[in-house]
Design a protein around this ligand. Structure first.
Ligand SMILES: [Zn+2]
Length: 238
């Protein structure tokens, strides 16, 4: 009889658990989580881009300064050549070599600057794209959040009522049985299983005859040897 009461209690308890599970699985909730994760990802991408750009900016300035310096060196060279013509062919060659070296470096720096400006443009574009995407998602998130908050409020109220009912039902159950039930529920749910054709319907193991006899005797709670659920025989248990 006590087991029948416990079985009845389990129906209410499981119903509340299932409802809570459904709340967690709510389509809107899942969507919101996805959107929130996406937004966080975009935020991280943005941070990464910003720090990349800052590093690039520093480098761009350094290269640009160096290019400027070389331009001056080159101009000085040219002025010097203008001012005093080399006395010998060797002198002329040496000067030409120096000029060539400086202007080669300058070309390399210019190329590098060009490449860096292009990279900067790309990163700038990426940032803009992220901003647009994130803003769109944020708007979707905000409007869905409003819908979900309403949904959640109603569901939470319903769950609260179900839990209250479970609590009321639990009062009818023998406290020792309830304690056993709760302890089994920690690792196995639902914590009770019907006995069908000598099998535990929780794990489908055939039970040894000793267990069956004990169950039929109905003197105490009998648990499945395999899964540990409380075995239940409708009208069979005392
Ligand atoms: Zn079992």
């Amino acid at each position: 009889m006590q087991l029948d009461v416990l079985w009845q209690f389990m129906q209410v308890d499981m119903e509340a658990d299932r409802f809570e599970g459904k709340m967690r699985q709510s389509e809107n909730r899942q969507k919101l989580i996805k959107q929130r994760n996406f937004l966080m990802e975009q935020q991280a991408n943005m941070k990464k881009l910003e720090s990349d750009v800052a590093v690039m900016q520093d480098r761009l300035e350094a290269v640009s300064d160096e290019a400027e310096r070389l331009e001056k060196v080159l101009a000085n060279f040219c002025a010097e050549i203008e001012a005093n013509q080399p006395k010998s062919a060797e002198g002329a060659d040496a000067r030409a070599e120096s000029v060539r070296k400086v202007s080669d470096s300058l070309v390399r720096y210019e190329q590098e600057l060009q490449k860096m400006r292009k990279d900067a443009e790309t990163k700038d574009r990426q940032q803009k794209e992220i901003r647009v995407r994130a803003a769109k998602t944020k708007a979707e998130y905000d409007s869905l959040k409003k819908v979900y908050d309403e949904e959640y409020k109603a569901d939470a109220q319903k769950l609260h009522e179900m839990r209250a009912r479970t609590e009321a039902e639990s009062k009818k159950v023998d406290p020792k049985m309830l304690e056993r039930y709760r302890s089994i529920k920690q690792h196995c749910t639902p914590p009770m299983a019907r006995l069908i054709d000598g099998q535990c319907s929780g794990c489908f193991m055939s039970l040894p005859s000793a267990t069956l006899l004990e169950l039929k005797a109905g003197e105490r709670i009998v648990e499945c040897d395999n899964c540990g659920r409380i075995l239940y025989m409708e009208g069979g248990n005392a």
